[in-house]
Design a protein around this ligand. Structure first.
Ligand code: SF4
Length: 214
């Protein structure tokens, strides 16, 4: 597998920055708890749909106390269009109770504590750490996974391994920015079925492009 020098990584990030200067978290939120709920809802769902749902939901309910006492069926109805609504409702209610009972009603700000919450894995925890608490983190979602494999940073379908590799080769102060840039690359150019390589700014660094292996 190709080794990427520090200069390669910097050039890749610079080129992506040129192409996606506006790369950012596309979920709307106004507190760490809202971001946590929105991220749980975003599994297997588009950010656009989550924002449609939360724009109504958060008007009335946006604290752990609101969800902890909410009947499951009621929450299911409110989040139904996000898909997997039974699991998501169960997790949001359990997560809210855990935040109240174990963390004094405040969303914790460490990986160790975040992953103790129901429905919160490393990906969600990294989104919350990076976005809500501005702690450098790389969340590996389907886009980050795909582009990391195509570019040739790693060959693995294990999100934790991909995260570890990216943390090794990217300077810590660039982790959160790299996360957004890779998501935008995957979402808007390096599509899963038909990547738009002609319009990609990092062709010259990409193993998949060189091998034409899609
Ligand atoms: S060159 Fe093609 S495969 Fe490689 S990152 Fe760009 S869009 Fe994806």
């Amino acid at each position: 597998m190709k080794r990427f020098s520090a200069e390669d990584i910097q050039n890749i990030l610079n080129n992506l920055e040129e192409k996606y200067p506006n790369a950012h978290c596309e979920l709307n939120y106004s507190s760490p708890f809202e971001l946590l709920v929105a991220t749980i809802l975003s599994a297997q769902c588009t950010d656009k749909r989550v924002n449609e749902v939360t724009s109504e939901l958060f008007k009335k309910y946006n604290k752990p106390q609101d969800f902890a006492i909410m009947p499951q069926e009621k929450l299911e109805g409110l989040i139904r269009s996000c898909g997997f609504y039974r699991n998501k409702a169960t997790n949001i209610i359990a997560c809210s109770n855990s935040i109240i009972n174990d963390f004094g009603g405040i969303v914790p700000n460490t990986m160790e504590d975040l992953v103790k919450l129901a429905g919160v894995g490393r990906k969600t925890a990294n989104v919350v750490l990076s976005e809500a608490f501005k702690i450098p983190a790389i969340a590996v979602d389907t886009h980050v996974m795909r582009v990391s494999n195509r570019i040739g940073f790693i060959k693995s379908d294990d999100p934790h391994k991909v995260e570890e590799k990216l943390r090794k080769i990217i300077p810590r102060d660039k982790w959160s920015r790299a996360h957004h840039l890779f998501i935008f690359l995957g979402r808007y150019t390096c599509h899963s079925r038909k990547p738009d390589c002609e319009n990609c700014k990092i062709q010259s660094y990409c193993e998949a492009w060189k091998k034409k292996c899609f």
